[in-house]
Design a protein. Structure first.
Length: 261
C-alpha cells in the first residue's frame, strides 16, 4: 500500500506524475501546509523538515515498510523499485540524475523565491524580486539550450528528470504573468509532456486538490501563515548575529576600493 502525503505544490505533483506513469494505486492524504498540518507530531515523525511530499510504502525493501521524504528521493526510489524511467547504470543514468538535481538545487529554489517575492512581498524587496527573476530567466535559457540538443532532459528517453521539472514549468510561468513562448524548445517539450496520458490524469486529479486547498485556506489563521512563512513571532536569527547593517566587506565596496587603487 502506498500513501502520498501532499498538497497542490509542484514537488507533490512530480510524485503524482510518477505514480500515474507506473499505474500504481495509492492513497492521497491532503494536508494544509499553511494551516498547521505539517507541524502535527504525527507528521513531524514522518518528516522532521515539516514538508510535503512524503511517501509511505508498506511494501518497501525486504517487504518492510519504508517512509521517504524529499521528492527526488521518492522519484529515485520508485524508479529503482519498478525499473522504469531511470537507467540502471551507465552515462544515461547520470545525465538524468544531473538534470534531476538541476531541478532540485536550482529550478525549485529560484522559481520558488521569485514566486514568493512577486506574490507575497510586492514592492517590498525590489532587489530580491529582480535577483530571482533574473535567475528564473537564466534557468529557462539553460533548459532551452539543453532541450535544443535532446528531446528530453535526460537525453533520448523520458525520465524522472522530466517529471520533476514539468510541474515547476506548469505552475510557475502562469503566475508570473509572462509566457514561455520565447523558449521554443522548452515550449515543445512542455506541450509534448502535457499530452502524456499520465500527466493528463495528474492534471485532472489536481483540479480537485486545488479546490480543496482553497477551502482549507479559509481555516487558516494569521498565526498559521506566520509560522508557515517564518515571519512575525516565528522569525529567527542566527545565534550571535549582528544587526543587518552594511558591512565593510561588502562586495561592491571592495571592488570600488580596488578600482581606485
Amino acid at each position: 500500500m502506498l500513501t502520498l502525503y501532499g498538497a497542490s505544490s509542484p514537488n507533490v505533483r512530480k510524485v503524482s506524475i510518477m505514480l500515474e506513469e507506473l499505474g500504481l494505486e495509492h492513497e492521497f492524504l491532503h494536508l494544509n501546509p499553511s494551516g498547521g498540518d505539517l507541524w502535527a507530531p504525527e507528521f513531524v515523525a514522518l518528516n522532521p523538515l515539516k514538508k510535503v511530499p512524503v511517501l509511505v510504502d508498506t511494501d518497501g525493501p525486504g517487504g518492510e515498510p519504508v517512509t521517504i521524504f524529499e521528492s527526488a528521493a521518492i522519484l529515485i526510489y520508485l524508479a529503482e523499485k519498478h525499473g522504469r524511467f531511470l537507467a540502471p547504470s551507465g552515462a544515461a543514468r547520470y545525465v538524468a540524475l544531473e538534470w534531476l538535481m538541476v531541478q532540485m538545487a536550482s529550478i525549485g529554489p529560484m522559481f520558488g523565491q521569485f514566486t514568493h517575492f512577486r506574490r507575497f512581498a510586492p514592492g517590498e524587496q525590489e532587489y530580491a524580486l529582480r535577483r530571482y527573476e533574473t535567475q528564473a530567466v537564466i534557468l529557462f535559457e539553460t533548459l532551452d539550450g539543453r532541450l535544443s540538443e535532446a528531446p528530453y532532459l535526460g537525453g533520448a528517453d523520458y525520465s524522472i528528470a522530466d517529471m520533476a521539472t514539468y510541474p515547476w514549468i506548469a505552475n510557475r510561468h502562469n503566475v508570473w504573468g509572462g509566457s514561455i513562448d520565447s523558449f521554443t524548445h522548452v515550449k515543445r517539450w512542455f506541450d509534448q509532456l502535457t499530452e502524456r496520458p499520465a500527466i493528463q490524469r495528474m492534471l485532472a486529479f489536481y483540479k480537485g486538490v486545488e479546490a480543496r486547498s482553497k477551502e482549507k485556506v479559509l481555516e487558516t489563521t494569521k498565526d498559521d501563515v506566520d509560522r508557515f512563512m517564518g515571519r512575525g513571532a516565528y522569525a529567527m536569527r542566527w545565534p550571535g548575529a549582528d544587526s543587518y547593517t552594511p558591512r565593510a566587506d561588502n562586495l561592491y565596496d571592495e571592488l570600488e576600493k580596488r578600482r581606485r587603487g
